[in-house]
Design a protein around this ligand. Structure first.
Ligand SMILES: CC(C)(COP(=O)(O)OP(=O)(O)OC[C@H]1O[C@@H](n2cnc3c(N)ncnc32)[C@H](O)[C@@H]1OP(=O)(O)O)[C@@H](O)C(=O)NCCC(=O)NCCS
Length: 154
């Protein structure tokens, strides 16, 4: 019998107990290390903007953390899927759901930043109708340039 399409994960909101797993995904996928308190404080203003994809054991395998710092706009601050769970549609599930939540909140635009070398993520975002709107020189701590990408929400 063919497997149903889509990843075998469920979406849910962030819980404080998720911090260690989320931090591990951030370290592996984004090579960043933040103070553990950052996640709860970022989620406080718009809890629905912090989406986790969890496996059958409720363990997060990917997440998208969006914030809203500009009126009617969302910004994807962090987005990552554990390496062994990539290319299975988890990222697509997170992004599609996030964009729906943005529309539900009446946002008109979504922005994000990405390393110019991150071809995989740029291709992913392009598929979701993001396009490059700015070059951010030496945006990253190691000096790499970033692209700001954005899309409107009709
Ligand atoms: C960007 C990222 C979050 C995407 O997550 P993902 O779960 O791999 O995303 P998806 O599986 O939805 O899509 C990725 C690819 O897998 C393909 N895919 C999706 N489901 C698939 C399936 N069932 N079988 C085969 N391929 C599949 C998609 O078509 C897509 O292909 P393409 O990008 O070559 O066109 C992930 O690559 C990641 O964590 N990267 C490291 C961190 C990072 O760079 N984050 C962004 C920082 S700005």
């Amino acid at each position: 019998m063919p497997l149903p399409p889509g990843p075998s994960v469920t979406l849910r909101g962030f819980r404080p107990a998720d911090v260690p797993v989320v931090a591990a995904i951030v370290a592996e996928a984004l090579h960043e290390h933040y103070d553990p308190s950052l996640y709860a404080s970022l989620s406080a203003e718009w809890p629905e903007g912090f989406l986790l994809a969890a496996n059958a054991h409720e363990v997060p395998v990917g997440f998208l953390l969006g914030v809203s710092q500009v009126e009617k706009e969302a910004r994807v601050l962090m987005f990552a899927v554990e390496r062994q769970h990539r290319a299975q549609g988890v990222g697509a599930l997170l992004m599609a759901n996030f964009l729906e939540r943005c529309r539900g909140r009446g946002f008109r635009r979504v922005t994000l930043e990405v390393r110019v070398s991150n071809a995989t993520a740029i291709r992913f975002y392009t598929r979701y109708h993001f396009s490059v709107v700015d070059l951010l020189r030496a945006y990253y701590s190691d000096g790499e340039n970033g692209y700001q990408m954005a899309r409107d929400l009709p």
